[in-house]
Every structure is written in C-alpha cells, then in structure tokens.
Design a binder for this molecule. Structure first.
Ligand SMILES: Nc1ncnc2c1ncn2[C@@H]1O[C@H](COP(=O)(O)OP(=O)(O)OP(=O)(O)O)[C@@H](O)[C@H]1O
Ligand SMILES: [Mg+2]
Length: 231
C-alpha cells in the first residue's frame, strides 16, 4: 500500500480511537468557532497556544504529511498513547503574513488531536536571544538546555533578528543539539531558502538542509488582505 495511504489510515485509526470522526484531519474549519481537531488534549493545551492561533489548522498537505509521519514514529508511552520520538523536522518558509506561524501551531494542534503525548515549547528567535542574554539571577544555559531537549520545539521567525556572532553561536548550539538527537523541530523563517546559508551561517544552514522537510508558503500578506476585505 502507498505510504500516504498508510499514513492516512493510521491517522484515521488514531482519531477514531479518540472518539473523533475518522476524517477529522481532513475537515477545514467553517467558522472561527468550529474546531476540526476538537480533542480534550487540545483544550488542556489551549492555554499555552497563543489566542490568535487557538483555532489554527494545518491545511497544507506537506504539513499534514509531516504531522502524520511524527504521529507514526511516536513510541507508546506509559498510558499507551504515542509520544514524540526521533523524527524529521519541518522548515516553513515564506514572506511576511503568509501563515507560517499559523501552520506551525496548526501542526502542534494536529499532533495533540491525534493523541500524541506532547511536551512542546514555542519561542521566537528574537525572544530566544533576549531571554539568553546574561543577566543576574538567571541561568541562560539552563534555559537553552530546556529548549535543546524539549521533545518538540517550535522555533518561530528564525533569521528575522539582526545576526551577530553571538546569535549565530546560540542558534548553532540549539540546532546542532536537535540535529544530533533527531529531535523534531518546527522552524519558520522569512528568509528565502537560498539565503539561509548567508544569513544563518553555513554550519546552521547545512544542518537544516539535512534535518528538515521544507514547505514554502506563497501569496499575499493575510494580515493586510483581512483589512482590505472589511474596507
Ligand atoms: N490558513 C489560514 N486561515 C485563516 N487565517 C490564517 C491562515 N493562515 C494565516 N492566517 C492568519 O493570517 C495572519 C498572518 O498569519 P501568520 O502570523 O501565521 O503569518 P506569518 O507567515 O507567520 O507572518 P510573519 O512572517 O510576519 O511572522 C494571522 O492573523 C493568522 O491567524
Ligand atoms: Mg510568524
């Protein structure tokens, strides 16, 4: 049987096992209240998903395929539910406002809805650098290790902050650790793929080339189109 069909069947089984419609992963939300995933785990996790992305839905087929792959390779945990294991990472590229962060949170929500036991963290690259600046009463190394070891990390807006040797080194340490341990990482970036090397440095870009599946979103800035629609 073809791999995508196997993945789809497995997703359906997981969803059905959790009392969700077997085609829940294929449903698009029809209004802001509708939630195609709608699982208890989602409600529990909702507090940690920024309000703007609380209904985010990973509709892009390549992102759904990545979610299916991560759900498939998850090792069963103590309660029988699959946990995040080693797996591919995903790089979502594209211009401002094309929905990269939306798709990334949609992917996290899809994993939660599929019953994957999930410890996850999300941080923008800019916040990461700000949080890791040396300051008294704060242990930046500990913070960095938490992000290095987290089973699923969403690193948002990589390459948007002004680069320095220091930011490049931190990015390298974080990405290299996750690269070596095959830890699934969702990365979004405004940088065109061809600029990754010049903006992030060769060591980071080379690792990303090997560890990530890639999706490039295109289209208008959705923030501005939404404003135009009501004008
Ligand atoms: N598929 C979608 N359906 C409905 N709303 C969407 C979708 N994708 C994005 N949006 C909305 O469009 C806006 C911009 O999306 P988002 O913040 O994900 O863009 P981005 O590509 O991450 O932008 P930036 O590069 O500036 O970070 C948000 O309000 C988001 O909720
Ligand atoms: Mg974004």
């Amino acid at each position: 049987m073809a791999e995508p069909q196997l993945l789809a069947e497995r997703m359906s089984r997981i969803l059905t096992g959790r009392g969700l419609p077997a085609d829940a992963a294929d449903l698009a939300p029809t209004d802001t209240e509708a939630d195609p995933y709608g699982a208890t785990a989602l409600e529990l996790a909702a507090a940690r998903i920024p309000a703007r992305f609380r209904h985010a839905y990973a509709e892009h087929p390549d992102i759904s395929a990545w979610v299916g792959e991560i759900a498939r390779v998850g090792r069963p945990g103590p309660g029988g539910a699959p946990g995040i294991a080693e797996g591919p990472s995903l790089l979502i590229a594209g211009p401002t406002g094309t929905g990269k962060t939306y798709q990334a949170y949609g992917a996290v929500r899809a994993l939660l809805a599929a019953g994957v036991r999930l410890r996850w963290q999300a941080v923008t690259a800019a916040d990461l650098y700000a949080n890791l600046r040396p300051r008294s009463g704060h242990d930046p190394e500990r913070e960095l290790y938490t992000l290095m070891r987290c089973p699923l990390l969403l690193l948002d807006d990589l390459g948007a902050a002004k680069a320095s040797e220091w930011t490049e080194e931190l990015t390298y340490r974080l990405i290299n650790h996750r690269y070596e341990h095959l830890r699934p990482t969702l990365i979004t970036t405004n940088l065109p793929i061809r600029d990754l090397r010049s903006k992030l440095g060769d060591r980071v870009a080379s690792r990303l080339a090997e560890m990530t599946d890639r999706v490039t979103l295109t289209g208008d800035d959705r923030r501005r189109s939404a404003v135009r629609a009501v004008e």
